[in-house]
Write a protein of this length. Structure first.
Ligand SMILES: *Cc1c(COP(=O)(O)O)cnc(C)c1O
Length: 365
């Protein structure tokens, strides 16, 4: 049996397919020569806020800056504690440190890989100000339970929706569940720019105004600087590219979901944990991440069969060297770090490639 080799992700296919549209967008921005913020960024901000069922979008330089500025807009800083999942991309916790506040790591649910609301409740102290809900892998965190917990303890909720644009809980999209939600447009994300970019979403006009100020040196107009801000703006070329791509996002998400359904059916009965929608939730499969008891050996066999995989992530966040000595125990996060493996799952994969992944997984399991 000879199978095609399957790469983990090939972005050149997307850009080849959209080349004419992207070049037209480039020309439009060059003609305007308005490169920072401006009408392209404002339009994208409106379009994505509407897509996520909220009122305001504030384009910034990256998803990391979106998280950091969201925390700053709430006035979070030294002396404050912020709950964050022990298993996520590192920016879900380092951005808390950047504000001077203390991240308090909470273990995650073994099925959704999101912060566990019961454990989060136990980690609350009088210093706790906010909770970061990460929609990991594109699957929504349990927002109704987290929102109820936050209401009870007067905490702010920040959604880290970097991996999850298009996901939803019930009929409400992620990004529309909280005071502040953060998107990343890193090129490999479901809606990725041709460079760096990010956005904060909020239903609150006061927070939107503060974020617009913070991203541009605390400027309130005509070189009047009301507070210390930073330089973190989305540029017009990225916004123009993102507006081209956003038109295709729903179709791409459907294709990711169709591949995921095919995988889940084909892997039934194998010694693998396979992701899917929790009740009421809609997963957008930023990555299709399985769990295997002997992950490294399984990945090596897949590599021999020509299938490229990735590990998201090889260590629980608080066990990274940067957080060495952080007190606490996170058994689920530690186990996930040993067992998770992401398989190729992106919109431009051919059916033959999907079949090749299926055959290789069945052989390697
Ligand atoms: C990508 C990502 C970020 C950071 O986004 P950047 O645009 O790379 O700064 C934050 N949180 C999560 C969960 C991510 O996947």
């Amino acid at each position: 049996m000879s199978l095609p080799r399957v790469g983990f992700l090939d972005l050149t296919r997307q850009h080849r397919a959209l080349k004419d549209e992207l070049l037209a967008a480039t020309e439009r921005v060059l003609e305007s020569s308005r490169f920072i913020l401006g009408e392209e960024v404002a339009s994208l901000e409106r379009e994505l806020a509407e897509r996520c069922g909220t009122a305001h979008g504030i384009g910034v330089a990256s998803g990391t800056d979106a998280l950091r500025l969201a925390l700053e807009a709430l006035g979070i800083g030294p002396g404050d504690e912020v709950l964050t999942p022990a298993f996520s991309f590192i920016a879900s916790s380092t951005t808390i440190v950047m504000t001077g506040a203390t991240p308090v790591f909470v273990d995650v649910d073994p099925v959704t890989c999101a912060i566990d609301p019961a454990l989060a409740s136990r980690a609350i102290t009088p210093r706790t100000r906010a909770l970061v809900a990460v929609h990991l892998y594109g699957h929504p965190a349990p927002m109704p339970a987290l929102a109820a917990l936050a209401r009870e303890h007067r905490l702010a909720v920040i959604e880290d929706a970097a991996q999850a644009i298009g996901a939803s809980v019930g009929d409400r999209p992620v990004g529309g569940w909280s005071d502040l939600a953060c998107l990343s447009f890193y090129p490999t994300k479901n809606l990725g720019a041709c460079g760096d970019g990010g956005m904060v979403l909020t239903p609150r006009a006061d927070l939107a105004e503060r974020l617009r100020r913070l991203r541009h040196h605390g400027d309130v107009g005509r070189y009047q600087h009301a507070e210390l801000g930073t330089c973190s703006r989305l540029d017009a070329l990225q916004a123009a590219y993102l507006r081209v791509k956003a038109k295709h996002l729903d179709a791409w998400t459907e294709r990711r979901r169709a591949i995921a359904v095919r995988y889940a059916k084909a892997f039934a009965g194998l010694p693998l944990d396979v992701p899917g929608d929790a009740p009421g939730a809609r997963h957008v499969f930023h990555v299709f991440t399985v769990r295997h008891r002997e992950r490294d050996a399984f990945a090596a066999r897949l590599r021999e069969l020509g299938i490229e995989t990735a590990v998201h992530y090889p260590a629980a966040a608080p066990l990274q060297p940067l957080f060495a000595g952080t007190p606490g125990r996170w058994p689920v996060a530690a186990q996930l770090a040993r067992e998770v493996l992401s398989l190729p799952c992106y919109a431009e994969m051919t059916d033959a490639e999907v079949d090749a992944v299926v055959a290789a997984v069945r052989a390697a399991c």
